[in-house]
Design a protein around this ligand. Sequence first.
Ligand code: DAH
Length: 352
Amino acid sequence: MDTNARREQWLGLVAAAADAAALAELDARLFGPKGEVQELVRSVTSLPKEARPAFGKAANAVKVEVEQALAARREQFARAALAQELGATDFDPTEPGPRPVRGTLHPITIVQNELVDLFTSMGFQWQDGPEVESEYFNFDALNIPGDHPARESQDTFWLREQKGLGRNLLRTHTSPVQVRTMQRLAKAGQKPPLKVIVPGRCFRSETVDKSHEHTFYQMEGLVVDRDVSTANLIHTMKTCLRVILEREVQVRLRPGFFPFVEPGFELDVNCPFCRGKGCSVCKQSGWIEILPCGMVHPNVLQQGGIDPEHYTGFAFGMGLQRVVMLRYGIDDIRQFMGGDLRFLRQFPEVAR
Ligand code: DAH
């Protein structure tokens, strides 16, 4: 068989294949189980011995050459197909891709972070406490016995009673962590000074409206040491409000009643909206009630294992939503839990 003639013929067929499908057909015809190229190579056995080496060599060379021509043509078709596909769209690989949507911090988180930074810079330590709390820590240890009217002002989510474990509830404030912290200190055999802040989530069975939420955030503060006075309390609170409201502030104290402090106060700040002149936010009074606080009641110190003869303390319980609302001028507390991204995206992403 004339290897040269077959070579010419096959290379011609490869060159003439119109598309990838035709090429695949040709591939099967030449290299399939009974393919023409294979037949040529195999036909060496029918030749006389002395003719075999030269023929075998030539046939193999043709086989390799045709194989390569097929592969090159296949590649050509693939490239053309890709170019066509790209040309058919306006896809531009040099354009920047879509930006991933980045989240922002919740405004309560922003303000809480700032407060935590501020208080830790003043030597306070961050304390956590459980959201499912016992009746003892939430009420009794805070000088609020079972029949105390103050219990009624905190509409409580009670949990189903478990035998032998007493009654549990969703904590109505962060104050229970006061006694928890003092007891931990006493157990460790340590003595005051004690300076802690307790940011955390609280729950009350409230009807939700513009200014009430069943789930809210507080930040408790507690300082116990020798000779802690109301002056220390006022100074700390003023510093805190100045930083968080980003301006010089005036404060005033009014008596406030909370069983776990004596005396107890309502601390007011001069209204940031009218600068004290009187507006609808401060109900024309020029003052905004912002921080309940007081000097820790001796009974509470005692529950915490601290001797009230030697130590005094102050405590405060800041409603974080309230502070955030004042800071950003938000007038509806429901925004915080509403999940409306348009509201949430207005707050800057802050690096920490
Ligand atoms: N726990 C109180 C509440 O949620 C707020 C409070 C008042 C906390 C006075 C204090 C305090 O630490 O001294 O209503």
